[in-house]
Design a protein around this ligand. Sequence first.
Ligand code: FEO
Ligand code: CA
Ligand code: CA
Ligand code: CA
Length: 604
Amino acid sequence: AAAAAGASRYTFDELSWGNDEKHHIAEGYNADILLRWGDPITADAPEFDVMNQTVEAQLKQFGYNNDYVGFTALNDEGTRGLLCVNHEYTNEEVMFPGLGRQDRDGFKGMTKELVDIEMAAHGGSVVEIAQGADGKWALVRDSQYNRRITPFDTEMVLDGPAAGHDRMKTNDDASGLAVIGTINNCAGGMTPWGTYLMAEENFHGYFWTDEVDADGKPDISGQAEAAQMKRYGVPGGWYAWGKYYDRFNIDKEPNMPNKYGWIVEVDPRNPDAKPIKHTALGRFRHEGAETTVSKEGKLVIYSGDDNRFDYQYKYVSGGKITDETAVFGSSLFSDGTLYVARFEEDGVVNWLPLVHGEGPLTAENGFNDQGDVMIDTRIAADLLGATPMDRPEDAQPGPNGTAYLMLTNNTRRTAEQVNAANPRPESSFGHIIEIKEDGEDHAATKGTWSILVKCGDPTIEEVGAQWNPETSENGWFGSPDNAAMDADGRLWISTDQGSGWGKTGKSDGLYALETDGELRGHSKLFFRCPVGGELCGPYFHDSGETLFLAVQHPGTDGTKDFKGFERNSTFEDPATRWPDFDPAMPPRPSVVVVTKQGGGKIAI
Ligand code: FEO
Ligand code: CA
Ligand code: CA
Ligand code: CA
């Protein structure tokens, strides 16, 4: 049928939808496990012993819940390189034996020992990998580059307008220039010169207060910073870290939340270089940080604030990319302008600059300097009249000044709150917006926008989906989260349905989505997750012949009969034991490598 509307640019036979305890890939492709939670990544790391976990071991082993994956080559052929992987969060009830969900409520079972291990399981990993003569990739375990980056003990520095600001000073850092670690690193990006960007997303969830109201809920009414904290959801109280560490307790360290919610740059080629939090890119629940280059040669970074009714942002450097600036810790990360998007009803998008002293961003409104504007980016964007979106997830720049925005879902938007760019009330399945920047230039402050697809089942009228009519029952999806461009400028989308999984019955997966021609809006399923897992990555090697995927939290959002959404998996009784299928091993978040059998570019 697709032939009638022109040939698909993606040459593979689509996979059937469904869900079970395994992963599935389109016929003719390999999907091999490369790295699993707990795998030793340094020469001196102990083998994984799931029943005897320690913080010392976890600091040298692959972390939990792999999300962003990036790669930078170490040789001209690209057969050796550094894989950069975020470890977003932990699912304690599946990580630790004897710790059911009931123990997590109120953190009854969370001892300091377990908190230390889960802190060490967060953050990121940099590992060298190499491709063998058989085309298979493997970890180079004795590489000098291999390291973990964690919120447990990795020292970092800050630069940009908020670095050294009074509101960044804490008991352990009078300078306001230093911080320990990074948290909730969701998606990210690689710079054109091969450094690694980690986005700090749901940082609010890690902060704690001893003050609770009559209902036992966190009470911040006594905090001088209450209004600012509230806009960011601080403290979230998702983890017990603040019980044991003052730095995560806002009663002891009210400025500490200001040191999180940034974009962190890591130099994967220099394990001794302290990662840098670049405050010129703003503070919010950064989903990702995909980079591109403007017509003039400026660095451009798209980043969404993944929260219901929050905003889409873009950063444009002041200077251009040159031999001098294409370096770790570049001035390009502090000399630029952060913009927030206003999607006009007529299909225009205006990028509004967040600059102190301009418009409402003045002392009368609480902004004494550019540092305040960056620390309170959300509040500044509120005043500028940015468009409240349906949870902006990954934003993927494409060729010719295009960008694709994943709006994952927003079941709380009412009929009165819809706008042209977020047109559905109670949106369970989300949509994707295509931006075309003016002059095909990613640095433009104006462009046009259109909706590429409205997700969900096109056969159910009330869903209000919009797909290319050639899309099959296998091809439509819900809740787009991550996106990637392959070497040929084609778009790929991975999904994270969360509880929405119960509404589609489909496992999360990877889809090839047409952006141009008669098949615009046509989607095909390429890879499927095991039950309860969401799909992260995806990342294409420059050759187009290797695709890195990350299966996050396998087994945790599904039931053992693969029927719907439930979060009752435990270490002892998970919905799947992917990828080991060892009765002594719980499911393990893992990075998967996709290659074509016999070699060659993927889907060409
Ligand atoms: Fe961590 Fe917005 O997903
Ligand atoms: Ca995400
Ligand atoms: Ca991406
Ligand atoms: Ca996700």
